[in-house]
Design a protein. Structure first.
Length: 192
C-alpha cells in the first residue's frame, strides 16, 4: 500500500510543479531564444512574504546563446509625458553571462527609451536586492514593455515588483545614445 501512496504523492507533486512552470498571470515568456528558458512561480521562495517568479535556463539545452525574458507589455496612454519606474527585488543563482531588469518605451515600431541593466548586470549568485529602471515616456509613445531577462545559464528570481509614475527629481537610468561621443572634434589633422 505504501509504494502506491508514494507513487501517487510523486505524481501529484509533479503535476503541481508542472502547473506552476508557466508564466504568472499577465506575464509572458519571450526573448530571442524563449524555448531555452522556463518560468513560473517558485512555491518554495518568497521575499517579504511576496511570491517570487523565476526565469531559469533549461539545463537540457545544448547552446546558451540568446536570452529569455519574463515580461509584460502595456499601452503607454496614461503614462505619456511622465517618468515611470519599474522596481523589483531580484536574486540570482549561477548566472553565467548576465541578468537584469529591463524596460522599453516604444513609438509604434521605434524604440524611444530603453534600459536593460547591461551596464550594471547581475552575474553569478546574489541575494535579494532592489533594482530600478526609470525612463521618460514621450507624449507620442504607444507602448511600454518591462520585465526581467536572463542571458546564458543560471536562474534569476524577482519579487515585490512595482510599476509607478515618479517625479522628475528621480533620475532616469537609461544611458543617452550620445553619452560616449566626444564633446569637441578630435584629431582633425590626422596627426595624433
Amino acid at each position: 500500500m505504501r509504494p502506491k501512496f508514494i507513487l501517487l504523492l510523486g505524481f501529484v507533486l509533479a503535476l503541481t510543479l508542472i502547473a506552476q512552470a508557466a508564466p504568472p498571470k499577465g506575464w509572458i515568456l519571450a526573448g530571442s531564444e524563449p524555448a531555452n528558458y522556463e518560468t513560473g512561480i517558485d512555491a518554495t521562495l518568497h521575499y517579504n512574504a511576496h511570491p517570487a517568479a523565476y526565469l531559469k535556463f533549461k539545463t537540457s539545452m545544448l547552446s546558451d546563446e540568446g536570452f529569455g525574458t519574463l515580461m509584460q507589455s502595456i499601452a503607454a496612454d496614461q503614462y505619456r509625458g511622465k517618468r515611470v519606474r519599474f522596481r523589483a527585488f531580484a536574486k540570482t543563482e549561477a548566472v553565467s553571462q548576465w541578468a537584469g531588469l529591463w524596460m522599453r518605451v516604444d513609438k509604434g515600431s521605434a524604440v524611444v527609451a530603453f534600459d536593460n541593466m547591461q551596464s550594471r548586470p547581475l552575474k553569478g549568485t546574489s541575494e535579494w536586492r532592489s533594482f530600478d529602471i526609470v525612463l521618460d515616456v514621450p507624449e507620442d509613445a504607444t507602448g511600454i514593455s518591462f520585465g526581467v531577462l536572463l542571458t546564458g545559464n543560471g536562474s534569476v528570481w524577482i519579487s515585490d515588483a512595482d510599476f509607478a509614475m515618479v517625479s522628475v527629481e528621480v533620475a532616469t537610468t537609461a544611458k543617452s545614445q550620445n553619452d560616449d561621443r566626444p564633446k569637441a572634434p578630435v584629431n582633425l589633422n590626422f596627426g595624433e
